[in-house]
Design a protein around this ligand. Structure first.
Ligand SMILES: [Zn+2]
Length: 329
């Protein structure tokens, strides 16, 4: 029974943005005496950002003083739009971009292992859990969350026929690629390939906030339950800042959802190839021990995979906001 408790511990807190279906124009009638600002605000539309578009959408519908006319119907600017990302699979490929929190941010997401290399393998009852499949599913979920918030996302490791999967046992395969290139078996070549890919994409889009996140599960002894660990390059102050920010979000979420559990995940520097060789600021995450039964619940329960992605996304949003506020450059 102990583990059932654990399963229910992580909650999904997906942000949901509701607006009319994509093709229907949103319309509204002003209240008596209502001004443009108030009308927009009443519909959760930021006037500072959308007033120009509102004027363009409603030609000839303004009084001499430029105000709204009673009994007229106004078209409202659409603050969400849809994008399609086939990598997320049939059920998840339509993405509603409903927030601009990450507008201007570019994230390079590298899920660990893949192709001929399954990464760590954990035994789970009669089944095996493969690190690369779980890391990939969580990375896809993170990518989708980031896009919902307006980020540009580059999925470095890809699997065209594994979208986001809802089942608990993820069937392993070996057809992941690095963008569209086959992944070599040799570890050094494999890492070099993905670091080079990140760096090339980064160069093509040099301005603004760029971060790289490398996502792994870990493999320790079966007995060892692990929290989520964050690594940065020894000399990267910005990487350390980001790792601390994301860690803090995990701590907050754990204290909200599992108040009796203390979070011991750490931020440390490590001399890892992917931290040394990537030009954008990079944080390397290890999400738990794939061989430990309790940690395995974090991966086999779909909602927990989603929660990990949500929390990583929240952490990145926080880091981006710190960046925009000029706290870290
Ligand atoms: Zn790994």
């Amino acid at each position: 029974m102990k583990f059932l408790l654990f399963i229910s511990l992580l909650f999904v807190s997906t942000a949901i943005y509701s607006q009319a279906p994509a093709n229907e124009p949103l319309t509204a009638k002003p209240l008596k005496g209502e001004g443009i600002h108030s009308l927009l605000q009443r519909h959760h539309i930021n006037p500072a950002e959308y007033i120009g578009e509102f004027m363009t959408l409603n030609p000839g519908k303004f009084g001499k003083d430029g105000g709204l006319l009673e009994h007229h119907t106004y078209v409202l600017p659409r603050t969400t739009h849809m994008v399609t990302e086939p990598l997320f699979g049939e059920a998840f490929k339509e993405v509603t971009v409903g927030s601009k929190l990450l507008k201007g941010a570019t994230l390079f997401l590298v899920s660990g292992h893949g192709g001929p290399d399954p990464g760590a393998i954990g035994h789970y009852g009669a089944n095996d859990l493969y690190e690369d499949e779980y890391a990939y599913d969580i990375t896809l979920r993170l990518a989708r969350n980031l896009m919902e918030n307006g980020a540009t996302v580059e999925m470095i490791v890809r699997d065209p026929n594994d979208g986001i999967r809802t089942e608990s046992l993820l069937v392993p395969d070996k057809d992941e690629t690095c963008l569209d290139q086959p992944i070599p078996l040799n570890q050094m070549e494999r890492l070099k390939q993905r670091a080079t890919t990140v760096n090339q994409l980064s160069r093509a889009n040099k301005n603004g906030y760029q971060r790289c996140l490398v996502i792994h599960l870990d493999s320790r002894s079966q007995k060892e339950q692990l929290d989520v660990f964050f690594y940065h390059h020894q000399r990267s102050k910005t990487g350390k800042e980001m790792a601390l920010t994301v860690r803090h979000i995990f701590e907050q979420n754990y204290s909200k959802h599992q108040p009796r559990r203390s979070f011991s995940g750490t931020v440390t520097h490590r001399n890892l190839y992917m931290l040394r060789r990537t030009t954008p600021v990079t944080v390397f995450v290890e999400l738990g021990n794939i061989r430990n039964f309790r940690d395995q619940q974090r991966f086999v329960v779909e909602n927990n995979r989603q929660a990990l992605a949500n929390w990583l996304c929240q952490g990145i949003i926080e880091d981006y906001q710190n960046h925009v506020r000029g706290k870290n450059k």
